[in-house]
Design a protein around this ligand. Structure first.
Ligand SMILES: C[S@@+](CC[C@H](N)C(=O)[O-])C[C@H]1O[C@@H](n2cnc3c(N)ncnc32)[C@H](O)[C@@H]1O
Length: 254
């Protein structure tokens, strides 16, 4: 069976995928060729956001929910490059990610990494298991390419609210998710994918994505198409266009 984490890995240029995944990924790409740039743009946002959080925002603890298969710049690598003492807890509900989790546990000696096999829909289980983190100190919650897996808007908002309630003032939320405003082909490809029996992914409007940040102070430039979020002038964006159907933002809990 094709599998979403492996298809994502294929689009990102990774090696942890099989012919069925590549076939499903190619089928999606035939309708919506930009998906490869969308996947890359989303991953580049993760890198810039984590670098900002560990750097300018001086965050030392990360809860990365919807980790995906290990890739070139995992959250702990980006964060610990800035500050080696960063503690990073990864969460995913996919058994395949679990089998690859060892690669995520290679922390610096000064820092810590941990992996929790849990579902975003059960935030209390995640919070209980994430005791490697000190909940009296600020924590960055990173939800990159995962909230779309929770189709119901009220449920998604209540999960994000519950996670934010558990972290202290000065904590951050970073979200990046698929939208439905720029490309009709993207919406069609997603509809076909969702009917294929794979775990569905629901595209949201930029306003719905911005809603996850209610009550937080949005870091400039707000919730925008992800290549527009603090682009790194020193790095060529690998052909990723300025606007893709993937919106992202970072907010601070006051
Ligand atoms: C599109 S990938 C994104 C991976 C990574 N964050 C990135 O940006 O490259 C989504 C990940 O979320 C995980 N996921 C999907 N639904 C989930 C859920 N309900 N609970 C926990 N993880 C989930 C999938 O297994 C997959 O690894």
């Amino acid at each position: 069976m094709p599998h979403s984490a492996r298809i994502w890995n294929y689009w990102l240029g990774g090696k942890d995928n099989y012919p069925v995944d590549r076939a499903a990924g190619d089928q999606y790409r035939d309708i919506y060729p930009e998906i490869v740039e969308v996947a890359r743009a989303s991953r580049q946002f993760l890198t810039r956001a984590v670098r900002y959080l560990a750097g300018e925002a001086r965050i030392r603890q990360f809860l990365d929910i919807g980790t995906g298969l290990p890739t070139a710049d995992n959250t702990h690598e980006v964060a610990q490059r800035v500050a080696p003492a960063c503690r990073v807890v990864y969460v995913d509900n996919d058994p395949l990610v679990l089998t690859h989790a060892r690669a995520l546990l290679a922390s610096t000696p000064q820092g810590v990494t941990d992996y929790i096999d849990a579902d975003l829909r059960d935030p209390d289980k995640i919070l209980d298991a994430a005791r490697t983190l000190d909940f009296t100190q600020p924590i960055a919650l990173t939800l990159i390419g995962i909230v779309g897996h929770v189709g119901d808007d009220d449920e998604a908002r209540s999960i994000v609210r519950r996670l934010l309630e558990a972290v202290p003032s000065g904590s951050y939320l970073a979200v990046c998710d698929g939208t439905n405003v720029i490309s009709k082909a993207g919406v069609e490809a997603q509809q076909r994918y969702n009917q294929s029996g794979a775990v569905p992914y629901h595209l949201r409007s930029p306003e719905q994505i911005a809603g996850f940040f209610d009550g937080l102070e949005l870091v400039e430039p707000g919730v925008v198409s992800c290549p527009r979020w603090r682009p790194d002038p020193a790095v060529a964006n690998g052909g990723v266009p300025a606007e893709v159907d993937q919106f992202s933002g970072v907010g601070r809990k006051p």
